[in-house]
Design a protein around this ligand. Sequence first.
Ligand SMILES: [Zn+2]
Ligand SMILES: [Zn+2]
Length: 286
Amino acid sequence: MTITTDMPCVNRCVRKGTETNDEPELLVARHGEFCHRCFTRTFRALDRVPALVQHIVSNFPTSITKAPNDIRVSGTGGGPTVPFNEQAWVDADKLYSLMVTYAQVWATALAVSPPAPARRSWRDEHGYVIGLPANETPTTARRNVGVMSDWLKITLEEIFRCDAESVNRFSEALAEVGEIAGKWPTEERPRTSVMPHVQISFCGGEIKYWPAGSQGTDTHAVCTACSYEFDLDEYEDAVTTYLAEKQEAARMAKAEAAAATRAANRSDVVRRHLLGKYGEIVGSPS
Ligand SMILES: [Zn+2]
Ligand SMILES: [Zn+2]
């Protein structure tokens, strides 16, 4: 008596090309109650996450600008009005939160300890995952997210033997990975850096950089004027310093403008006071 060995997939998936047949061929459950197609779809989504996160984070203006006073809460963005870089934050945060959430969901379900980055994740006072930790570089973002997606991949067979409804919820949530990937094509085209080549005083050339994670190149950023090549760490370092200095200069300029306004107001007060006291005498001749 062999009855239960060839159960169909719980999602009643059918072999491609047989959909319109009188009797479409049901795929067999190979991973828990699921067919191989359901399993690999989920596996592939997880597999894409680290490189995708790295790629998106490399579109942040720089890794440092997500400073504590400039925190974006995930899920507040979306829609066409969100500026380019802010959309990058929103999307990277979504992927990060997805990994943290499900690493914990399945660790709890399987009564094992979740991977370290999921335990250390950045949360608000209510315990909600906020998003990628501040100061994340493309490389560290890839590594941290990768630890969680790797853990989910390694554990995926066990996960698929859990309650089918929960597994389906997980797989459906991961559909977002494909949607986000569609928004951030990893083409080989370089982008223009926010930083001109200021490290050599006579240059000032435009710098083109390749988002981290793009293939076939070790060169990360090149000055189009003098052909100077930055490597990854050097470039990230340079942009960080450059933007910090710019921020400081802007702060100084603002302070100076405020001081000038105060001084102007003061002299205005003096002038009005004198006018009030001496009337026409102080005024300019008409
Ligand atoms: Zn299936
Ligand atoms: Zn240059």
